[in-house]
Design a protein around this ligand. Structure first.
Ligand code: ATP
Length: 339
């Protein structure tokens, strides 16, 4: 392929370590990638006065694709969350989080292979909260037909494009009859356009229990923002924890790929962070860039390293460092089996 320029946001905490690991792995794919590194998060405030400087948005609008480490937004400084701002300002309306069992990783389940599709722009993340009278606060849950129909269509399109059989809309419309009711109406309307994909619905509390009982029963989960946030962390826990969970934020034209985990300040700077979540996010990015073959090779190299069982970070019970795991994945990619 021709040279591709990608915006790289190392971020805060373990961000720079896992970002460097992902860049190292991608360099072993042989693709011609150029990284445009821009600062965002708590670390950007000192120099730029904002955790999300304008040139970060400008860079992503130009390159159309970013790989992002976790960012912190210090509480009480008046700055809004970098993630919420990025998703809103770039209209990254879909959050995609594939969850699959990985070889060699201790987990109670085998054969998990599902995708969480989370609406990314509204719901209780609209930031509309106020004090009604002292001692009483109100937080507004915004659900619109436009955003719900768009995410529903996205989920069905994703299912069709990836050979998935079933979309399950997750809701609490028995209580939130109007807001979650509208979300469900939009999901049902979208389902009619995809007769080849099965459609069903599940109340979020029941869905949480069913996921813990048997996650292999699920295929594509379609959720409004808040339930999507909670259920995707739950799903990450089903297959080995946050160190393994990749994600993508997608808009009509722009895309930002990032792991589900946060900046993990407790292990930052210690070469202990598991880089696999961001490496797998980078493989989703390669799929998005129509580099499916390289994407598959990255996933196969991750599987090979995990199956080997030697190069595991402490969260997986091993003693290997972030850099060692990245090197091991990169050498699998560069070796005869990976190349
Ligand atoms: P945020 O609110 O920013 O999402 P958080 O407070 O939910 O962040 P994380 O920063 O994701 O939390 O960390 C939660 C726990 O998981 C911490 O103990 C952290 O060390 C661990 N953790 C997170 N990411 C990783 C990783 N890549 N490798 C190893 N451990 C991780």
């Amino acid at each position: 392929m021709a040279r591709r320029t990608i915006t790289l946001i190392p971020g805060d905490g373990i961000g720079p370590e896992v970002a460097a690991a992902a860049v190292r792995v991608l360099s072993a794919t042989g693709l011609d990638l150029e990284w445009e590194t821009v600062p965002a998060g708590a670390g950007a405030i000192g120099e730029h006065g904002s955790p999300l400087p304008d040139h970060v948005l400008e860079s992503i609008r130009r390159t159309k694709v970013a790989l992002k480490g976790p960012t912190e937004t210090p509480v009480g400084t008046g700055h809004r969350s970098v993630n919420v701002e990025l998703r809103k300002r770039l209209d990254l309306f879909a959050n995609l989080r594939p969850v699959r069992s990985l070889p060699g990783v201790k987990s109670r389940y085998e054969g998990v292979d599902l995708v969480v599709v989370r609406e990314n722009t509204e719901d209780l993340y609209s930031g509309l909260e106020h004090v009604v009278v002292p001692g009483v606060v109100e937080s507004l849950k915004i659900i619109t037909e436009r955003a719900s129909a768009r995410i529903a269509r996205f989920a069905f399109e994703h299912a069709r494009a990836h050979g998935r059989q079933r979309v399950t809309a997750v809701h609490k419309a028995n209580i939130m009859k109007l807001s979650d009711g509208l979300f469900l109406e939009c999901c049902r309307a979208a389902a009619k356009g995809y007769p080849d994909v099965r459609y069903d619905e599940m109340i979020v509390d029941n869905a949480s229990m069913q996921l813990v009982l048997d996650p292999t029963r699920f295929d594509v989960l379609l959720l409004p923002n808040l339930y999507g946030d909670i259920v995707s962390d739950l799903c990450a826990g089903l297959v080995g924890g946050l160190g393994m969970a990749p994600g993508a934020n997608l808009g009509e034209e722009l895309a930002v790929f990032e792991a589900v985990h946060g900046s993990a300040p407790d292990i930052a700077g210690k070469n202990r962070a598991n880089p696999i979540a961001l490496v797998l996010s980078a493989s989703l990015m390669l799929d998005h860039l129509s580099e499916g073959d390289a994407a598959r090779r990255v996933r196969a190299a991750v599987d090979a390293v995990l199956s080997g069982g030697e190069k595991m970070t402490p969260d997986l019970g091993g003693t290997a460092g972030t850099t060692e795991v990245a090197e091991a994945i990169a050498s699998h990619l560069a070796g005869p089996a990976g190349g």
